[in-house]
Design a protein around this ligand. Sequence first.
Ligand code: SF4
Ligand code: SF4
Length: 413
Amino acid sequence: MATEVAPGRFASLDPCVHCGFCLPACPTYLATGDEADSPRGRIVLMRALERGEVPANDPALGQHLDACLGCRGCEPVCPSGVGYGRGLEVARELLMEARGLPPLARLTLWVFQAPWRWQTLFGAARGLREAGLARRLAGSGRMGFAMGMVAATGKPNARTDRSVAKTPPTDGPAVSIFQGCVMESLFSHVHHATRRTLEANGYRVVEVPGQACCGALHEHAGDRATANALAEANVRAFTASTGPIVVNSAGCGALLKDYGHLLDTPEAHAFAARVKDVSELLAERGPRAGARLEMDVAYDAPCHLQHAQRVHEQPLAVLRAIPGLRLQLLSGFDRCCGSAGIYGLLQPELSREVLLDKIKAIAGADPRPQVIATGNPGCLMQIGAGCLAAGLPIEVRHPVELLDHSYQVAGLY
Ligand code: SF4
Ligand code: SF4
């Protein structure tokens, strides 16, 4: 049966002139070579859905839209300014209404709805990580790759992780850190580094209780109702605070900045206007230089930072504040790693195929980087697991972790 689609819901796709400039920027098209796995092909499919020519539960439609990473790499290269991401958001919502979600997706999204559920899951993951089992079992099979992802969340220096800035500012501008779910549970060391580097640059960090998961995984899967409920909880939690809401996860940041669109309330618009990636705030202050760290570091740009938030230079400014650090931008540094939220769970083969080019570029780099720096938990885990599977002795770190280390060596903490 044809799907009823309200007029104008796909208006963001209107400017498409089918020129195909976006095709070479699309990781899934490059992997499969299938026009239906390209942005242009998917736009044609979404238009057919809109006109009622293809029902929302059509298996072929679902296959090609499910295979989209939602990386939005097609947007900045489009000369007509097509809002592909907005179109995909509507299509995924219609698909979910018509055919539901696969059991694995339902289970994963259920876990992220309530803190006790994700805290239990990630508590077990931390146990595997801390016992060294995750690293030992890391490999290239499906289970080995999952273990590699857990191992990639490891902290570099447990001893100094809980140190604090020597003189936390008492009168600087107030900022509050968005905790998130994966970041809070598996990357608490990045939160500590975020807090210390912000304080070292004159910001005063205040705690905000009652936060929820950002809802990005739900929104990307088409579960708009749960995404909205989580967004409302976060808007409520932050109403008592003022000043920037700092995010160190690109995927969360992209959706938090979009809460105005999601909820369309004055409170949600005000919340969204306060959201900043940590690199944006640090770059506003320079950031101040740290101690010398002699190392080769390759920066990998998270899709939700560069395409969704259009933040390009600030993470590089963070890394350039470290004297001695030799910064590289490898071929494909600005292309999706294949992580894309729960995509790796639902489309494991294509996800790994998309990752392969990145791992090849890292393995073939001269000099080979000692560290890959990237500001998103999914990318850290995917690239980290890819390096472990390929036997590459390369660390993955959030840019603020490296700046934090440099500040520690400089004696700021
Ligand atoms: S989305 Fe943009 S780049 Fe791609 S085919 Fe349409 S107009 Fe061309
Ligand atoms: S969002 Fe990414 S995977 Fe999807 S069509 Fe655009 S470039 Fe391709």
